[in-house]
Design a protein around this ligand. Structure first.
Ligand code: NAD
Length: 477
């Protein structure tokens, strides 16, 4: 029998063993894939100390030199797309095509952030005083802790480390306990790129390891992606040190379908949005508000499209469009939310059951009609292939319902009426709105939420500048 790989933390440029380990399994089959460290406080302390001692020299290098490392890592990733994509699918469950997109997007993201090396801007402002200039200098924060979820386990490493490193910070990454193998694959390639020791570090572990990072006085910024509940705990742990927070949290994206919409487009985009990564995406359509005139037709067509989805083990069948959910807890949570929605009066149009495929955490693509604003299914994140639909009379009602939600990450609208699109632009209170297209952000945009969906944001110029502070110098001569 082949031996099971044992993953190791990466601290100060070296892989190091850990005393305690936990098992990592394939969510489609239950097969044991690896053993991964459960890092203790001492590991976290060592990683932060390594990042701290590397930061000054790293931060003093010209940004263009730091960018060269990002480009080198991107090139290594591109040489390994097929192998890494398989690792992602095996460990996290998304289909191979999407896993390949994730690896290529990660490489592109590193290159994109590297392009900013010659574009970081300070400012010079005129002073109220004679013979004085005011300089606004952009400087690195110091040591960043990047705490990651499991749904895009490979890309999210780059989303944190690329802007952090480019701007002169060093980083300690804590991947999700569900997907450490991805991070290990990334780190093994990075270790071949001669990055100075301590600039990039990884500690594996569960919530307690993330908690130790969050409460650590040696961290200057916590860049977290994950659930609202964990975001609240991180904010509380960071409070005594007033550590800077960047929180990318959950979503409950509304999709508004008006009577004049291109229904072919709306059905395809919303269905794809619910199926991609088995509905485990923070920004994808989670609730539909459809105008009464087209409600029956839209519901019938999207139910048909959802029901036709081929699901199963992505590594066993090439034509699978949707893999398993991440674990038993995720499966139970999705099923319980569907059961409660039905008990509350929602009508089952298609799906609604755990899919017994012999192994793995599979759920049938599900459509629920007749939903109401007071139902949990219209208010709480689902993280599975379940689409609840509520009928509305007009855009005003849809916008009011969309905004009345604790989350405010992404939203979408389907209409051919430019005036209605402009009204939504003005009135919908979300970090992102997609009009007549699927929900998928661009790296040059700004991915951020309002309300409980987060603090700060990622991507583009504004995401890059989150990793710097502004030092103001008054120079009188
Ligand atoms: P999670 O909050 O359970 O875990 C995320 C990470 O936090 C893991 O590494 C975990 O070990 C760690 N963690 C757990 N408890 C902690 C604590 N007390 N202190 C510090 N760290 C702790 O989230 P998840 O289940 O891995 O991911 C799914 C969630 O992530 C969803 O809510 C989804 O919407 C969100 N998400 C948001 C975005 C975004 O850009 N806004 C992107 C992807 C995922």
């Amino acid at each position: 029998m082949p031996s099971i790989p044992v993953l190791r933390n990466y601290i100060a440029g070296a892989f190091s063993d850990s005393a305690e380990l936990h098992e990592v399994r394939n969510p489609a089959t239950g097969a044991l894939l690896a053993q991964s460290p459960l890092s203790a406080q001492a590991d976290v302390d060592r990683a932060i100390a390594a990042a701290r001692s590397a930061q000054k020299a790293w931060g003093r290098r010209p940004a263009i030199e730091r960018a060269q490392y990002l480009r080198r890592i991107a090139a290594r990733l591109r040489e390994n797309v097929v192998r890494i994509a398989r690792t992602i699918t095996e460990e996290q469950g998304k289909v191979l095509g999407l896993a390949e997109v994730e690896v290529n997007f990660t490489a592109d993201y590193l290159d994109y952030m590297a392009e900013w090396a010659r574009r970081i801007e300070g400012e010079i402002i005129s002073s109220d005083r004679a013979h004085e200039q005011i300089f606004l200098l952009r400087k690195p924060l110091g040591v960043v802790a990047g705490i990651l979820p499991w749904n895009f386990p490979f890309f999210l490493i780059a989303r944190k480390m690329a802007p952090a490193l480019l701007t002169g910070n060093t980083i300690v990454i804590k991947p999700s306990e569900e997907t450490p193998i991805n991070c290990h694959a990334f780190t093994e390639l990075l270790a071949q790129c001669e990055l100075p020791a301590g600039v990039f570090n990884v500690v594996y572990g569960q919530g307690s390891t993330g908690g130790a990072l969050s409460a650590h006085g040696g961290v200057d910024m916590i860049s977290f992606t994950g659930s609202v509940g964990t975001g609240e705990r991180i904010a509380a742990a960071a409070a005594p040190h007033i550590t800077k927070l960047n929180l990318e949290l959950g979503g409950k994206a509304p999709a508004i379908v008006l009577a004049d919409a291109d229904l072919d487009l709306a059905v395809k985009a919303i269905r794809d949005s619910r199926i991609i990564n088995t509905g485990q995406v923070c920004n994808c359509a989670e609730r539909v508000y459809v105008q009464r005139q087209v409600a029956d037709e839209f519901t019938a067509r999207i139910a048909q499209a959802m029901a036709a989805t081929r699901y199963g083990n992505p590594l066993a069948q090439a034509d699978v469009e949707m893999g398993p959910l991440i674990n038993q807890k995720g499966l139970d949570s999705v099923d319980a939310k569907v059961r409660r929605a039905l008990a509350d009066g929602a009508q089952l149009v298609t799906g609604g059951q755990v899919a017994d495929l012999g192994a793995g955490f599979h759920y049938q693509p599900t459509v629920l009609a007749g939903c109401r604003a007071d139902m949990e299914i219209m208010r709480k994140e689902i993280f599975g292939p379940v689409l609840p639909i509520q009928v509305v009379e007009d855009l005003d009602e849809a916008i009011a319902l969309a905004n009345d939600c604790e989350y405010g990450l992404t939203s979408s609208l389907y209409t051919r009426d430019l005036t209605k699109a402009m009204q939504a632009m003005r009135e919908i209170d979300f970090g992102e709105t997609y009009i007549n297209r699927e929900n998928f952000e661009a790296m040059q945009g700004f991915h951020a939420g309002v309300r409980k969906s987060g603090v700060g944001g990622a991507d583009g110029k504004h995401g890059l500048y989150e990793y710097m502070h502004t030092h103001v110098v008054y120079l009188q001569s």
